[in-house]
Ligand binder design. Structure first.
Ligand code: PLP
Length: 740
């Protein structure tokens, strides 16, 4: 192992820092609706079963339960002393003293704390995850007296709330259990925040009541997507029904507390909960949402008289077959800031998806481009590259990733170029050995590793990659003697279990792999691997070994992407569309240092206006026709020639993501990729320019921007001493003076 000699970055401290790395987390790694400043807590559900494990059987995805707690979890600490009740169902009684939510069913929320150490900053934050517990008198007091056994068995019903994570990606499914989960985490977290606020020096009382005027200065709640949106009516319920604040005051405090991050513009992903379901589960919250909406619409009507269309478009309630609550509208109205997660996405949020809201309050709308933590996604997963960089520019870049620009000096340094290439080659060999050991598949480490790993979704266009593979295969067979730059195409990702087309895409990739990998004419020129059970621990292995990163979503559909950033930082080149954060990667590195192709957002819009006709591309492009005909005729599924009928039919008649329209530009761009790969030195120089430009994509930068522009918290200039040194007088108290 090579070591930094400049400033005592010894093997020992390196090891120490690496042990800490397991806790470094991306901003949006989980569901984090709440944070306390300056002492953040990250709230979520302690699911008993996480995202399923994916098995591939005969080319099909099969799901297995992820029993991650089977062997225990030494990092968590149950905190039964902070257990809180969460109410469901019941009815609302109105009287002179206000609204009362009564006859509810109670589930207990048991918190588990996991420490989240900062990177060499003597700070440890807390991630607090809630587990559902039935009260000991569950079903015994009122109902099932005389059936004790059944009552104990029914405790499972209450505890099912934290049983399992819903595996959908970018898709809304209006299931009652999911709504229970969303309210469960919100109700527990808000009670926890209020409890701690009251215990702090800010939660003063005037004779009987808590004064909440300083609440927004002490508490910031970032709604990570609309999933915790019920926090808005819940905080209003606490303020108005329990703390007896006047509505207008409660609403002012609420709005100044919340901010909302939008994560997608795909309409099928936007949460629209049926009013009937909310009325049954959370009757008081529905009344509060109606009241918020009434005041909101009165305000719009006063600004835009006689504009019924605008009122309908901006309402929190959608009329129709089933009446629904638009949760994004609720979040925008109830927040003081709204942001997208990449420049282009934030522009689309403003100009298209929530146009009316941006017209009403343009100053509310912001951008916060996503980032990744360089601790996990460089130091931990790619120590060879991390050390090589440290030798050139020192180790400070680990906490200030913008310092990677210092690498620009070394773009023409032949020794450095060879060393960067060598680290990549070592990572590729290591990954090839891993595949051979774990999956008994052999790949050629001197071929180009062309990697497309992410959730399987039509908008991410794994099908376009598949058409390119088939095109390369047909070219090799047409002229086996012609020079071909050897490639190993690696595709991986989970399909949502209920997403038929995504599961067919996995089967198709495996079917194509079966034919390509066993054709003697192809030999070692082209191999196709479907990477089973793609997850963070596998990402940490495959990304450092990647030459080419596939980021090929239809322009305007990928909000940001973070996979793209991980690859860039680990010395892969990107083939991608002008979508999500790819746009800013090109801006940082120079468009000439990425392989950018295909339609821009404006081109997609224009094509929609004209009407997208897939048949035209099929008729005009013989290689596309050949590939599609092969899929259609059963060339890759001889035992069941009609297997992929649904896929082909979709591509021709209802492809919302326009695969055929970008196929030609994609294939041409891939030819340029192969050509550059032949010139190892030129390739590696481009890699170095990319790494040098990756500094913007640190989650440290992202978090600082949230802190400055949304939470309005200043970085502290207090140096926190290590735990073995005494703290200064006055600094030994926790920020709000409490122990929890
Ligand atoms: C980073 C990451 C993602 C996100 O990838 P995108 O390409 O941005 O969709 C998904 N899954 C895993 C396991 C990841 O590490």
């Amino acid at each position: 192992m090579r070591l930094s000699t400049s400033s005592g970055w010894t093997w020992k401290s390196w090891r120490k820092s690496r042990r800490m790395l397991g806790w470094a987390t991306g901003v949006w790694a989980g569901w984090q609706p709440a944070s306390w400043t300056p002492w953040p807590h990250w709230g979520g559900i302690r699911y008993e079963y996480g995202i399923f494990n994916q098995k591939i059987r005969d080319g099909w995805q099969v799901e297995e339960a992820d029993d991650w707690l089977r062997h225990g979890n030494p990092w968590e600490k149950a905190r039964p002393e902070y257990m809180l009740p969460v109410h469901f169902y019941g009815r609302v009684e109105h009287s002179a003293s206000g609204a009362k939510w009564i006859d509810t069913q109670v589930v207990l929320a048991l918190p588990y704390d996991t420490p989240v150490p900062g990177y060499m900053n003597n700070t440890v934050n807390t991630m607090r995850l809630w587990s559902a517990r039935a009260p000991n008198d569950f079903n015994l007091r009122d109902f099932n007296v005389g059936d004790y056994i059944q009552a104990v068995l029914d405790r499972n019903l209450a505890e099912n709330i934290s049983r399992v994570l819903y595996p959908n990606d970018n898709f809304f499914e209006g299931k009652e259990l999911r709504l229970k989960q969303e309210y469960f985490v919100v109700a527990a977290t808000l009670q926890d925040i209020i409890r701690r606020f009251k215990a702090s020096k800010f939660g003063s009382t005037d004779s009987v009541r808590t004064v909440f005027d300083s609440f927004p200065d002490q508490v910031a709640i970032q709604l990570n997507d609309t999933h915790p949106a019920m926090a808005i009516p819940e905080l209003m319920r606490i303020f108005v029904d329990i703390e007896k604040l006047p509505w207008d005051k409660a609403w002012d405090i609420t709005k100044r507390t919340f901010a909302y991050t939008n994560h997608t513009v795909l309409p099928e992903a936007l949460e629209r909960w049926p009013v009937d379901l909310v009325e049954k589960l959370l009757p008081r919250h529905l009344q509060i949402i109606y009241e918020i909406n009434q005041r909101h619409l009165d305000h719009i009507a006063s600004l835009f008289p006689n504009d019924v269309g605008r009122l309908r478009r901006m309402s929190l309630i959608e009329e129709g077959d089933t009446k629904r609550i638009n949760m994004a509208h609720l979040c925008i109205v109830g927040s003081h800031a709204v942001n997208g997660v990449a420049k282009i996405h934030s522009e689309i949020v403003k100009s298209q998806v929530f146009e009316d809201f941006a017209e009403l309050e343009p100053e509310k709308f912001q951008n916060k481009t996503n980032g990744i933590t360089p601790r996990r996604w460089l130091l931990l997963c790619n120590p060879g590259l991390a050390e090589l960089i440290a030798e050139k520019i020192g180790e400070d870049y680990v906490r200030d990733l913008s310092q990677l620009t210092k690498l620009h000096k070394f773009v023409d340094d032949d020794l450095f170029i060879r060393e960067v290439a060598k680290v990549k080659q070592e990572n590729k060999v290591k990954f090839a050995l891993y595949l051979e050991k774990e999956y008994k598949v052999k790949i050629n480490p001197s071929s180009m590793f062309d990697v497309h790993v992410k959730r399987i979704h039509e908008y991410k266009r794994q099908l376009m990659n598949c058409l390119h593979i088939i095109t390369m295969y047909n070219r090799i067979r047409r002229d086996p003697a012609k020079l071909f730059v050897p490639r190993t195409v690696i595709i991986g990702g989970k399909a949502a279990p209920g997403y038929h087309m995504a599961k067919m895409i996995i089967k198709l990739i495996n079917a194509v792999a079966q034919v390509v990998n066993n054709d003697p004419v192809v030999g070692s020129k082209l191999k196709v691997i479907f990477l089973e059970n793609y997850r963070v621990s596998l990402a940490e292995k495959v990304i450092p070994a990647t030459d080419l990163s596939e980021q090929i979503s239809t322009a305007g559909t990928e909000a940001s992407g973070t996979g793209n950033m991980k690859f860039m930082l680990n010395g892969a080149l990107t083939i991608g569309t002008m979508d999500g954060a790819n746009v800013e990667m090109a801006e940082e590195a120079g468009e000439e240092n990425l392989f950018i192709f295909g339609m821009r957002v404006e081109d997609v819009t224009e094509l929609d206006r004209k009407g997208y006709n897939a048949q035209l591309y099929y008729d005009r492009l013989p290689e596309l026709k050949q590939a599609v005909d092969q899929i259609k005729s059963g060339f890759f599924s001889p035992d069941d020639p009609n297997l992929f009928n649904d896929v082909v039919n979709m591509l021709f008649h209802h492809d919302r993501f326009k695969v055929f329209a970008d196929y030609e530009a994609y294939v041409k761009c891939q030819e340029k990729v192969s050509e550059l790969y032949l010139n190892s030195k030129a390739w590696t120089k481009m890699v170095i320019r990319n790494i040098a430009a990756a500094g913007k994509f640190s989650s440290d930068r992202t978090i600082k921007e949230y802190a400055r522009d949304i939470w309005h918290v200043e970085p502290s200039d207090l140096k926190i001493p290590p735990p073995n040194e005494p703290r200064d007088a006055g600094q030994d108290k926790t920020p709000n003076g409490t122990a929890a």
